[in-house]
Design a protein around this ligand. Structure first.
Ligand SMILES: Nc1ncnc2c1ncn2[C@@H]1O[C@H](COP(=O)(O)OP(=O)(O)OP(=O)(O)O)[C@@H](O)[C@H]1O
Ligand SMILES: [Mg+2]
Length: 250
């Protein structure tokens, strides 16, 4: 007799199949900022592994080190101790050039305040990472329109950011973050500037891209409603990981 799984069980199995090798691993990562006489131990020995196809939320009080962690994991910021491995390669073994190239090819970024170029249209903003990676103009435009299609914004392709709503702007930045077909997308408070309805739509969109395209997401958020939509919530306090909650998807 064929066994029929309940919808949540089927979804959990699908999630397990999606989740594969470790894509990012932090080992005893430390980061200290010194400004004049003030020393801040922003990261005090972080161990964390993200698996391919996972969607993870980092939560914790303001100043606990969430942005610092994201910047250290993505190689935007240097470490003061420990190691970060990306797809098995230690960041410390890459040159600045290799790290920059890796980011351009394999990573996408979404920030709270969009970071869109105000004089460029939505399509031009989305094309930018491809043009920086030396794609041809035609190819960049085609892929930008595909990415805008994935976020439901083809009909806004020629709008500049000022002529878009907040939720639409964030969908443009999500299109931009996935246009280079990255392995992982880093999102620092992607819904921090949005009302709860738009925030919910943005996280649903990220979840859909996670499930359908196997994109790995690390999302820093203050919003527990966003955290609950992910596979796992990692809680930070004062530069340390103080626990995690696996949300029944795995
Ligand atoms: N460039 C910097 N120079 C000096 N101190 C810094 C710098 N960046 C961050 N810090 C300090 O490091 C600590 C962690 O900052 P971080 O931005 O990672 O916090 P966060 O968890 O992202 O907070 P928020 O939720 O408010 O964004 C804070 O105490 C902050 O003041
Ligand atoms: Mg922050």
């Amino acid at each position: 007799m064929a066994v029929r799984m309940s919808a949540p069980a089927a979804q959990a199995q699908e999630t397990r199949q999606r989740i594969g090798a470790t894509i990012v691993e932090a080992r005893s990562v430390r980061k200290t900022y010194e400004t004049g006489a003030v020393r801040v131990d922003a990261l005090r020995g972080i161990d964390l592994a993200l698996e391919q196809g996972e969607m993870v939320a980092i939560m914790g009080p303001s100043g606990c080190g969430k942005t610092t962690l994201l910047n250290c994991l993505s190689g935007l910021d240097s470490l003061d101790g420990g190691e970060v491995l990306i797809e098995g390669t230690p960041l410390s073994e890459m040159s600045d050039r290799e790290r920059t190239d890796y980011r351009a090819r394999r990573m996408g970024f979404v920030f709270q305040f969009y970071n869109l170029m105000p004089v460029l249209t939505a399509a031009e903003n989305v094309e930018l990472p491809l043009l920086l990676a030396r794609a041809s103009g035609d190819e960049a435009r085609r892929r930008a329109l595909d990415a805008l299609g994935l976020v439901g914004l083809v009909d806004r392709a020629n709008h500049v950011p000022d002529a878009l709503s907040g939720g639409e702007r964030q969908r443009v930045t999500i299109a931009r973050s996935l246009v280079n077909d990255p392995a992982i997308v880093w999102a620092d408070e992607p819904t921090g500037d949005l009302d709860s309805e738009n925030a919910g739509e943005i996280v649903e969109l990220m979840r859909r891209l996670n499930v359908e395209r196997g994109l790995t997401f690390l999302i820093v958020t203050h919003d527990i409603a966003i955290g609950r939509k992910t596979d796992r919530i990692v809680r930070m306090v004062d530069g340390e990981i103080r626990g995690e909650e696996v949300l029944g998807m795995r």
